[in-house]
Design a protein around this ligand. Structure first.
Ligand code: TYD
Ligand code: MG
Length: 452
């Protein structure tokens, strides 16, 4: 045996035979640490001594009777994000910032699973059994089928799983586990990857769904290893402002469904409560005929959601004007400002511009551009935006308002919530509204600004 050393990036797992200052994989500085690997001195030819297996063809002949069996949960918002329920034998990773509600949500999921008559093992390396038990009491979860284990040794956990064979396993969290087979500290790439592989094997061989909890760093990366994302079947991300009640569950990767759907929750004293009508929720507490505020419709997967966008412009006290966006892309904001300067003749070069999306929602849908633009224009012109109006449209570089996807779905949602006027892009598409609702088709931002 020859001992060779290898350097790995502690953030993304990039491997290099020599030390480098800046990781070529993730651009992180000073993240390489040395690890020793043992290599057999003579490499045998890889295929020698292995038997071949005849591949099965075509795909339709492969039996699918026991794949994709889903456990449908009571929490519809979670089912939606998972693509219809928890798949048996799947390995899921639930991530989010510390304190966002991962443990709370999984404990509530346990409750759902228990009502399906499944036994659940909740392994916590972070909190003591008393802490989890008191949280379970607070969430009114009380069942003989729910067992707790306070443990961080990977070998002990795997041995326990093999002996007691629970139907569902929760690991809270993957970063605190430690295997005696490896020398690295718990939380290091090697440890996390090794533990995940062990759980993957257990999940696949016993057809047991496993949910791993993992923390992310401030920048939104999985603390240390992005490598985990490739290993697991599903990556769920729980986000929200810790000082607001909204929590949004997204899937970043899903081998069994779409990654567009989101689940919306509110954190209150009884844990996470599903928000059935998010539009009404996001519009709560809105002012009558406001200045610097406009309503728009974002599509989250197959769901249209109405949100309030706010804009504020103010003379720059000195120096360089500030542009700040919360919940909206800063580059798109720069674009809207340029378009307003050029095509609406606004002088924003000596104005600070702030944009905020109410309720902690993050807008990635270009159809929300028009709403943001109207909010900024309203603040700059000090003109009121009628509070029964919704703005839908993508802004192009020459100030034109472009058509958006799923327009009729958006219009329907706005109607449902009682909005009287709906401003939409000029399109040949036939959009119908029930009588009394006013649909205004616009071609460019000049028309909209003039109307204000
Ligand atoms: P927790 O699930 O422990 O977060 P994570 O596992 O992601 O670190 O949730 C932490 C916060 O949630 C904590 O500040 C208290 C709050 N909380 C509630 O508001 N209501 C509840 O019913 C529970 C159990 C927690
Ligand atoms: Mg926790």
């Amino acid at each position: 045996m020859k001992i060779k050393s290898l350097f790995t990036c502690s953030k993304c797992g990039f491997e290099s035979p020599k030390w480098v200052g800046k990781c070529p994989g993730c651009d992180e500085w000073n993240s390489f640490t040395e690890a020793e690997i043992q290599e057999p001195s003579v490499r045998a030819h890889k295929s020698v001594g292995h038997k071949s297996i005849k591949p099965k063809t075509p795909v339709s002949l492969i039996s699918t009777s026991n794949v994709e069996k889903r456990l449908v949960l009571k929490m519809n918002e979670v089912n939606r994000v998972l693509g219809g329920g928890l798949i048996e034998g799947s390995l899921s990773l639930l991530t989010g910032e510390p304190g966002i509600g991962k443990s709370t949500l999984t404990l509530q999921l346990c409750n759902d699973l228990l009502s399906l008559n499944k036994s659940v093992l909740y392994v916590s390396g972070e909190e003591s059994q008393n802490q989890i038990a008191s949280r379970a009491q607070r969430l009114k979860i009380n069942s003989e089928n729910l067992s707790f284990l306070s443990e961080t040794s990977l070998e002990t956990i795997i041995a326990t799983l093999n002996e007691f064979k629970p139907n569902i396993v929760i690991i809270d969290s993957i970063q605190v586990l430690n295997s005696a087979d490896l020398t690295g500290l718990s939380g290091s790439i090697g440890q996390i990857r090794y533990a995940t592989e062990q759980f993957m094997e257990f999940a696949k061989t016993t057809n047991t769904p496993i949910i791993l909890i993992g923390h992310v760093t401030k920048e939104g990366d999985l603390a240390g290893p992005r490598v985990l994302e490739h290993l697991v079947d599903t990556v769920l991300f729980l986000e929200g402002d810790r000082y607001q009640n909204f929590r949004i569950l997204r899937s970043q990767k899903n081998r069994f469904g779409s990654t567009n759907e989101i689940g919306i929750f509110e954190m209150n004293e009884n844990g996470m409560v599903e928000v059935a009508n998010p539009s009404a929720h996001f519009l709560e507490g809105r002012k009558e005929n406001p200045i610097g505020s406009a309503i728009t419709v974002t599509m989250e997967g197959t769901r249209p959601i109405l949100v309030e966008t706010q804009g504020l412009t103010n003379i720059t006290p000195f120096g360089y004007p500030k542009r700040t966006a919360t919940g909206y892309d800063i580059n798109r904001l720069q674009l809207l400002i340029s378009v307003l300067q050029k095509y609406a003749r606004f002088n924003l070069s000596n104005q600070d511009v702030f944009v905020n999306v109410v309720g902690g929602m993050r807008l990635n849908d270009p159809a929300c551009d028009l709403g943001v633009l109207v909010a900024i224009a309203s603040s700059y012109m000090q003109k009121v935006v009628p509070s029964d109006t919704v703005f839908i449209g993508e802004i192009g570089l020459s100030g034109e308002i472009r058509n958006v996807s799923q327009l009729s779905k958006r219009v329907k949602e706005a109607e449902k919530l009682g909005f009287k006027t709906i401003v939409v892009p000029h399109t040949k598409e036939k959009i119908t509204t029930t009588s009394g609702k006013n649909l205004i088709k616009t071609k460019d931002i000049f028309e909209v600004v003039k109307a204000l």
